[in-house]
Design a protein around this ligand. Sequence first.
Ligand code: VGL
Ligand code: ZN
Length: 210
Amino acid sequence: MRFEAERSAFLVVDVQNDFCPGGALGVPDGDAVVGPINRLSRHFRHVVLTQDWHPADHVSFATTWKRALHDTVIVGGIPQVLWPEHCIQGTGGAAFHPGLRVESASLILRKGTRRELDSYSALFENDRRTPTGLDGYLRSLDVKRIWIAGLSTDYCVYYTALDAIRQDFDITIVEDAIRGVDVPEGNVSRVLAELRGLGANFVHSSVLDD
Ligand code: VGL
Ligand code: ZN
């Protein structure tokens, strides 16, 4: 396939211990994304890693509200699904999976750092308006195409892809390098169908192999 490394960025979403099996918000088979991501990242000039990075009393934690997991609360008009405490700033759970190749990354972007507003997307916080800065970063590098992989398919990968499409980037999702939480059940297939309908491309990680 034709591939223009200069104008493409590889966006690796939240491959952190807490999203891997045994972690606080373990995604089933989540660590299976590490191998394909490491193989693919060699091909890119720009590799961006994101890190979910929450304060201990974050708005997305069920404990903050004393509510049940996966309940939804409305905060400032924005629906917020409640999760176990995860990716607390500076903890081992917030660290990248130890197998992830991080040396070649040009940018590590932390998100969800504010107590009162979550950020699933790497581009805009959950009010869908507050920029993280990544859109400007990619534009200033003349990036047109974004390949996306990581965790979790139906939250951070999904919202990142939605925002990227909205910002007119050409989107490719690496189908064997994503895993979802599937909350509520059926969510993964719903979001993948939606992204396909919006024009996202889907490839297998072997597509760039020599
Ligand atoms: C995520 C739920 C809460 C994700 C982050 O990385 O998909 N999901 N925080
Ligand atoms: Zn989070």
